[in-house]
Design a protein around this ligand. Structure first.
Ligand code: KIV
Ligand code: ZN
Length: 516
């Protein structure tokens, strides 16, 4: 059985997708989860892109021990310097350099001749080797490159010391058979190929990212780059959980597997969905809410008679527990902690104390507390320090009147501020009051409200995304009252913004556009 290395880029390609940004604390939490999941490489960020990114990569590099940590760079010395600096504390650092090789990228984006690309590939890899033995080279837009030129570029990279050669389908253009052929060709025709590991990195513009990745593995790729929940530029990257389970379930056919602990997939997927605020469609393969739900009577009957009639893998194999005890106000601490563990959620003793008290309060209001409620409690406890804290609120609204929203907030300096505003509805009026108190008017890019689970006793969950000075912030709020959940979500986003303004320097003016 071949072992395929999993290179996870959730924190780099995934994080740079619109609406998927994570704060440094969240990135660290995701990195720890990826390490436990058993990925081989965590691409932690693009260090030169901002001081914040560099710091996040540094923090991840210092804490992760059981897998490699990679930082992305253009083939420029200043990018490589930033990656080397960020990765200095890593047990197993990897510098990942990319340079485009397709005619369209070379002519219009890089404005470089093919010879210059060959030269720059070699010099960038040589430069990176001064800092780090493990260098990966990616030929951006490889699937639209001339295969012979691609092999020449790879030959230069190998000669200069690159250990891994990555073949990205940057724009998600390739067809599986064609992509497999390209991988085989590159392995057979790149000078020195026997010394290198061939990798693939596929985008999902035509919905073929996983199919292309599997075709590449069958054609000889030994590393696959992917993200949890398939998040990433545009339509995303290949989804890690889908590739891992395709290999595990069809080992017989694909003759390859990974070292991923598949029972941790669901927990990792939930974590990434929570911290990015990106919800999964219910029919998402492997980790969607309906992935193991049988609705049609004939299917239910079949599964009851023999599970394998309609299930090709068990929910338990991906970490979804089918038999769940209901938690309520009589549940003890032991049962609560047990459920946290099975959801892959950890907390230190002090936080646990706080969450358990909140769980008891919630169980008083709501008869049954389910997994999503528990996740919400843990998320709340992991929130960033609050510049603005909700003290109390009131709204007046009705069909014949406008709405007025009053809110009292406490600033972290201890002072209380209260204001009332009129608006086009309760949320508009209360958000206007908040803006006037904080003295800023961020753009509300997204406001989404839903119920955590079904039923009238469900908690309302609000997701908010705001933009301020070209930076984007997410907030999530949960409450049995939907206006309160909306206020909490908005304040969470505002607090993320304030934290950024206070503690996280803005990117330098020459910050490169992030690369997908
Ligand atoms: O899609 C792409 O080409 C990339 C490279 C930087 C690997 O993300
Ligand atoms: Zn990409």
């Amino acid at each position: 059985m071949r072992r395929i290395a999993v290179f996870d880029t959730t924190l780099r390609d995934g994080e740079q997708a619109p609406g998927c940004s994570m704060n440094p604390r969240e990135k660290l939490e995701v990195a720890k989860r990826l390490e436990k999941l058993g990925v081989d490489v965590i691409e932690a960020g693009f260090p030169v892109s901002s001081p914040g990114d560099l710091e996040s990569v540094r923090a991840i590099a210092e804490i992760v021990k059981d897998c490699s940590v990679a930082g992305l760079c253009r083939s420029l010395e200043k990018d490589i310097d930033a990656a080397a600096e960020a990765l200095a504390g890593a047990v197993s650092p990897r510098i990942h350099i990319f340079l485009a090789t397709s005619p369209i990228h070379m002519e219009y984006k890089l404005k470089m001749t093919p010879d210059q690309v060959l030269e720059q590939t070699a010099s960038a890899v040589r430069y990176a080797k001064k800092f780090c033995d493990d260098v990966e080279f990616s030929a951006e837009d490889a699937s639209r490159s001339d295969p012979d030129f691609l092999c020449r570029v790879f030959g230069e990279a190998i000669k200069a010391g690159a250990r891994t050669l990555n073949i990205p389908d940057t724009v998600g253009y390739a067809m599986p058979e064609e992509f497999g052929k390209l991988v085989r060709y590159a392995k057979e025709h790149s000078p020195g190929a026997e010394k290198a590991v061939f990798s693939v990195h596929v985008h999902n513009d035509l919905g073929l990212a996983v199919a292309n990745s599997l075709a590449a593995i069958s054609a000889g790729a030994d590393q696959v780059e992917c993200t949890i929940n398939g998040i990433g530029e545009r339509a995303g990257n290949a989804s890690l959980e889908e590739i891992v389970m395709a290999l595990r379930v069809r080992r017989d056919f694909l003759k390859a597997d990974t070292r991923i602990d598949s029972t941790r997939l669901y927990g990792a997927s939930r974590l990434v969905s929570r911290v990015t605020g990106v919800k999964l469609p219910p029919n998402k393969a492997i980790v969607g809410d309906n992935a193991f739900v049988h609705e049609a009577g004939v299917h239910q009957h079949g599964v009851m008679a023999k599970r394998e009639t309609y299930e090709i893998m068990t929910p338990e194999s991906v970490g979804i527990s089918k038999t769940r005890m209901v938690l309520g106000k009589h549940s003890g601490r032991h049962a609560f902690e047990d459920r946290l563990r099975s959801l892959g959620l950890g907390a230190d003793a002090e936080t646990l104390e706080k969450i358990f008290a909140e769980f008891k309060d919630l169980a008083d209001k709501k008869k049954v507390v389910n997994d999503r409620d528990i996740e919400a409690l843990v998320m709340g406890a992991a929130a960033l320090p609050e510049t603005w804290k909700l003290d109390h609120w009131a709204v007046n609204t009705g069909s014949a009147l406008g709405a007025s929203g009053t809110i009292r907030l406490q600033h972290r300096d201890g002072a209380f501020r209260k204001l009332v505003s009129l608006g086009d509805g309760p949320i508009d009026s209360i958000y206007k009051s908040i803006n006037r108190i904080i003295g800023k008017e961020p753009e509300l890019e997204l406001y989404e409200i839903g119920a955590i689970t079904g039923g009238s006793s469900s908690q309302g969950e609000t997701m908010v995304k705001i933009a301020w000075n070209d930076r984007h912030y997410n907030g999530r709020g949960v409450s049995t009252d939907i206006i309160e959940s909306s206020i909490k979500a908005y304040l969470a986003a505002i607090n993320a913004m304030e934290w950024d303004i206070q503690g996280n320097p803005k990117p330098a003016m020459d910050t490169p556009a992030k690369s997908g």
